[in-house]
Design a protein around this ligand. Structure first.
Ligand code: 1S3
Length: 618
């Protein structure tokens, strides 16, 4: 492995992200899942760089690089200048890549100077209140210092690519560009900051896109510094990419540059034979059944063999993630199923992260009573079994005895006591936790009476915390939960890519996405008959909100009416599309981005892709 570090003529790719050994969101998934594929191409010439946060770096194994190697020498020199740099490996990921993490504190004393310089250069009025901006300025400077030093220690290295992801990494990029440092650079944005804010707050976001004034809007939302860092990184990079066609429109208007190419997200493919996926589905569905029994059956029961599990999950961005249209469609679905007198039940899980006080006490209570009931049954079974066996062995009994007489008084009492505390007169809760405050989901459910009435065909379980294996209600990891469900629903309004539907595809679970999400758009462009393969795309681009709600309702209703067999064959056909989404296939876009950057490096300075007026540059 040391050759990478010692061979100065080797091609090197430094990949810079805020989410290396530091999980925050979707970018972590991108970076992490593509490691094996990147290592296939770059081998030990692949080095990842990120910020160091001691508490979060649990997957980081420190190890020093040889100090006679270019990277080792660079690190030593920077350490000599007082910088704190951690070198090592990213553990627990396939490929165990090399990682360099930078401690932001070591440069904190330089922060006010960095801010003044930045403010003067880009006419920033206000840095806003987000402490992330300071961290980002410090990180960008550390990356810049590293690259400059690396190139001075190793001047003959002429094939160095530095790939920056998202605005948090890019504050040093304009200076590298201005100083003509001999490297090829790529900047990939996974969303635009203004896009996120405006989509959330402006109902006609897409139609008004061209009219927004980026400077004015970024000041209005107190995000001017963030937007400028993003804009400057985009304009200074050799190659500029984003993850979907939809986001590229935002880039043109908010960042002032047409992306050179789209680098869509891939997945790490774990090839399971189909029967295994089917078995896993059955296995995890049992856990969900158990949750449902604990949650609903104290009040009333329904046939679990005729129950379909829908789910949605994502950060709490009510409109952006399409929670609004999902709830409206569920309400309509409920009415349709009742009118059709269907004997099927749909349970919709809404998984997100909101401020909660704790899991609701009565929800926890009914789940623990269910466990107690199960334990009591097991004890009775054991006691009856052993007494029955004894009675046969001793020959006292020829006829099957009255089994009730074998249950001890203690267990009789325990049984009655547990059953009495099991039954509830109340409706099953639609919310599993005590929220710090009500939100749009609770408001909607209350207003429309989508509150788990017995006669409802559609039940709602709103779980305002992400699912992890330590979760007391499901006892499943998120991926297992997905695998146990029947349909994932993600009809987003704003979603640069969206991994959630793609994760369903990997788990063999049919899914709904929208043509305003990067993934959904990609599917409509690249996959014929995606409906037949269990990927349904709601049109949110060219029809009204109400029409989209109706289309989603229709997709749900048709899904519910299908037989289990046809849903299984959808699963079957889904397996064939997996390869298309794998990083083995998707990495080629990254390869092209790096090649373009290497070619452009030779003709520095490259022209900005758009004729940008000087006043518009900043
Ligand atoms: C972004 O993360 P987000 O959920 O904040 O990047 C993801 C990875 O490229 C992408 O899937 C998502 O749509 C973006 O929004």
């Amino acid at each position: 492995m040391t050759s990478l570090i010692t061979n100065s003529k080797k091609k090197l790719l430094f990949e810079v992200s805020w989410e290396i050994c530091n999980q925050i969101g979707g970018i972590h998934t991108v970076i992490r899942s593509k490691i094996p594929s990147m290592m296939d191409k770059w081998g030990d010439g692949y080095i990842m760089m990120g910020p160091y946060f001691a508490q979060k770096a649990v997957e980081f194994e420190p190890i020093d690089y040889p100090n006679d190697s270019p990277v080792g020498k660079t690190v030593e020199k920077l350490r000599g200048m007082g910088l704190t740099i951690h070198c090592g490996y990213w553990l627990l990921v396939t490929g165990k890549p090399r990682v360099i993490l930078f401690d932001l504190n070591c440069i904190w004393s330089k922060l006010s100077h960095l801010k003044t310089e930045f403010q003067e250069q880009y006419r920033v009025q206000d840095f806003g209140t987000d402490p992330l901006v300071n961290q980002v300025l410090a990180f960008g400077e550390l990356i810049r210092l590293f690259i400059v030093e690396f190139m001075s220690v190793n001047p003959i290295s002429n094939e160095v690519v530095v790939h920056f992801h998202e605005w948090m990494t890019g504050s040093g990029l304009p200076k590298l560009f201005a100083k003509k440092v001999n490297i090829a650079t790529v900047f990939t944005t996974h969303a635009t900051i203004l896009g996120r804010y405006l989509a959330q707050n402006e109902p006609d976001f897409y139609t008004k896109l061209e009219k927004f004034d980026w400077r004015q809007e970024s000041r209005r939302y107190g995000i001017e510094a963030q937007v400028i860092i993003e804009r400057m990184a985009a304009q200074s990079a050799g190659t500029f990419t984003t993850i979907s066609e939809i986001t590229s429109q935002e880039c043109i208007h908010f960042l002032g540059r047409v992306p050179d190419l789209i680098t869509p997200n891939g997945i790490k493919l774990e090839k399971f034979p189909l029967f295994k996926l089917e078995n896993l589905h059955l296995q995890y569905r049992k856990h969900i059944h158990k949750f449902i029994m604990g949650h609903f059956f104290p009040s009333y029961s329904f046939d679990l063999n005729k129950t379909i599990y829908f789910f949605t999950s994502g950060r709490f961005e009510y409109k952006n993630k399409g929670f609004d249209i999902t709830l409206e469609a569920l309400s309509l679905l409920n009415t349709k199923m009742k009118q059709a007198r269907m004997d099927t039940t749909v349970v919709m899980f809404i998984i997100t992260n909101q401020k909660v006080r704790s899991v609701n006490a009565s929800v926890i209570n009914s789940h623990s009573v269910l466990n107690e009931l199960e334990e009591t049954c097991k004890s009775i079974q054991k006691e009856v079994g052993s007494k029955l066996f004894k009675s046969f062995v001793t020959g006292d009994q020829v006829q099957l005895p009255n089994l009730n007489s074998f249950v001890s008084e203690y267990l009789q009492h325990r049984r009655v006591r547990t059953i009495l505390s099991w039954r509830s007169e109340n409706q099953p809760a639609f919310l599993t936790h005590d929220l710090a405050q009500d939100d749009e989901i609770t408001d909607y459910c209350r207003q429309t009476n989508l509150l788990n009435n017995q006669k409802d065909k559609v039940k709602v379980v709103y779980h305002p915390e992400f699912i992890t294996s330590s979760n007391p209600l499901f006892g499943l990891e998120y991926g297992q939960f997905v695998c146990g469900c029947h349909l994932g629903i993600f009809p987003s309004f704003y979603e640069p890519w969206g991994y959630t539907p793609q994760e369903c595809v990997v788990a063999g679970v049919p899914t709904v996405t929208s043509n305003l999400s990067g993934f959904g758009h990609y599917v409509t462009q690249n996959m014929k008959n995606h409906d037949d393969r269990g990927i349904y795309v709601v049109n949110r681009k060219s029809q009204t909100y109400t029409e989209s709600v109706e289309q989603l309702t229709d997709i749900m209703f048709r899904f519910v009416k299908k037989t289990r067999r046809s849903n299984e064959s959808e699963r079957n056909r889904m397996e064939n599309v997996l390869e298309k989404f794998s990083w083995n296939n998707m990495r080629t876009h990254y390869d092209t981005a790096h090649e373009i950057a290497l070619k452009r490096k030779k003709n520095i300075p490259h022209p900005p892709a758009l004729p940008v007026e000087a006043s518009d540059m900043y």
